[in-house]
Design a protein around this ligand. Structure first.
Ligand code: CAA
Length: 260
């Protein structure tokens, strides 16, 4: 699949998506967002793909935010549309039935930090820098940042980062729970691929269902969440992979999952 602002590579079970606008440190304009939406749709429908990695092309930026040059002339209505578009694309990543790993290889600012937060697991290079700098530009985070950051790191820390627009390094992002792990720059992609491989060895439907159960359950009260879990547990019990996984355990062999 050919894009102007992205590079999509597929190998076996893994799709790696590079945000690729080197002249703007991979900042997201509407073209990049529409292309991201197309790429996610493609990955959803590709039954070979079990895990996706999102990273930035080059060695300086994951994504340096929404494209400021693009936003300069936006009217109120156009701004609303742009925010809706970004939110929709981030949500599609969050709702994708396959795990998405952000390999954060540099600046993850504004919309870049928001893109990382829409992913399931965040791995950072030691060189990564995080911030929500929007209030310094006279706007607020518009791709879900005001909602996902407090859910991830708690209200107080989220408000401090958002109100100050402070930049934090990868170690601080790890300390506050914004990223799962930090690696030297030259190890980041290998570590992301190792993680993808471990995930891909498990039953793909069960992994997708687990993502759905966690995401849905976090939005509702605990009793409703338990009921979501038991419904999905029931669905798993109707899969061929459940028979295969349990038979393999009993027969002391490795399971061969089909995603059915
Ligand atoms: N939008 C458009 N262009 C950007 C950009 C962005 N978010 N970030 C960087 N660029 C461009 C620069 O304008 C520059 O282009 P030129 O060479 O044509 O001048 C090029 O990328 C390289 O950037 P710098 O020369 O600034 O590189 P640096 O190493 O000195 O600084 C940086 C790097 C700290 C990331 C700095 O570029 C910067 O602060 N960028 C803006 C970050 C930002 O504020 N992001 C939030 C955007 S708002 C948002 O995301 C809203 C939302 O939630 C929807």
């Amino acid at each position: 699949m050919e894009f102007n602002t992205l590079i999509l590579e597929k190998e076996e079970y893994l799709a790696t998506l590079y945000i690729n606008r080197p002249k703007a440190l991979n900042a997201l304009n509407s073209e990049a967002l529409f292309e991201l939406e197309t790429a996610v749709r493609d990955i959803r429908s590709d039954s070979n793909i079990k895990v996706m990695i999102i990273t930035g092309a080059g060695d300086k930026a994951f994504v340096a935010g929404a494209d400021i040059t693009f936003m300069v002339p936006l009217t109120s209505d156009e701004g609303r549309f742009f925010s809706d578009l970004g939110e929709r694309v981030m949500r599609q990543i969050e709702l994708l039935e396959k795990p998405v790993i952000a390999a954060i290889n540099g600046f993850a600012l504004g919309g870049g930090c928001e893109l990382a937060m829409a992913c399931d697991i965040r791995l950072a290079s030691e060189t990564a820098v995080f911030a929500l700098p929007e209030v310094g530009l006279g706007i607020i985070p518009g791709f879900g940042g005001t909602q996902r950051l407090p859910r991830l790191i708690g209200e107080g820390r989220a408000k401090e980062l958002t109100f100050t627009a402070n930049k934090i390094n990868a170690q601080e992002a790890f300390r506050i729970g914004l990223v799962n792990n930090v690696y030297p720059p030259d190890q980041l992609m290998d570590e992301a691929k190792n993680l993808a491989k471990k995930i891909a060895a498990n039953a793909p439907l069960a992994v997708g269902y687990a993502k759905h159960a966690i995401n849905k359950g976090l939005q509702v009260d605990i009793d409703t969440a338990m009921s979501i879990e038991s419904d999905i547990f029931g669905l798993c019990c109707a899969t061929i992979d459940k028979i295969e996984g349990m038979s393999a355990f009993v027969e002391k062999r490795k399971p061969k999952f089909e995603g059915k």
